[in-house]
Design a protein around this ligand. Sequence first.
Ligand code: PGA
Length: 251
Amino acid sequence: MSNRPYYIAGNWKMHMTRAGAAELAKALAGALKGGRHKYLLAPSFTLIETVAPILKGTNIRLGAQNMAPEEQGAHTGEVSVLQLKDLGVETVILGHSERRHSYGEEDALINKKVKLALAHGLEVILCIGELLSEREAGRAEAVCEAQTVAGLAGVAAADLDRVVIAYEPVWAIGTGKTATPEDAGAIHAFVRKVIARLYGGDAADRIIIQYGGSVKPDNAAALMAKEDIDGALVGGASLKVDTFTPIALFG
Ligand code: PGA
């Protein structure tokens, strides 16, 4: 057993408007009260101000799903770290596969965002993960290593305690296909070795590595039972109290 806490995060993606978001946040705040793990909800930008007062004082952190690589300025359509902090955001998800593959975000851009978020005191969930074609070509480890190394380039060891890695094989996101606990656990162990090489064994021991990709109540416990799987980044199943709560309260 590791000493790492479990960290279970809900990524609401581009779902809901204010009334539904408030209702779900209230219900989850109630359901997770007394939960033993670390929790996060990441609503869309337009919902953050609605959800923030509901999560305040609870055991659920407030997150955002993305952030601009610049602090402020002429960047039409972007949302800045200062604007997120102003709303009480504590954590930002960066490099999600939908950002990488639907919106063309590359490692260098993601790395810029990671460094900016950390410089402003935010916690970062850095997402990594291979495409199906990359897995089939035997390149899953190489892709995850490259994304980890590039995403963390220039990040000081002192800041690594505010970094969480989310391993999300792209072929498992929103598809209902989950990596087996063995396959996922193997990549987690591999990524931890990459962190050990970059930051030393103690840092590697401490870093939280979440699994994401079709995590559901019926597969969450088996995934998180793996030594190197320290939690989950949950999309679809985070949109309902009945499906997120059993994942969050597992164990
Ligand atoms: P999913 O999404 O649980 O709906 O597969 C996970 C994610 O993209 O973070």
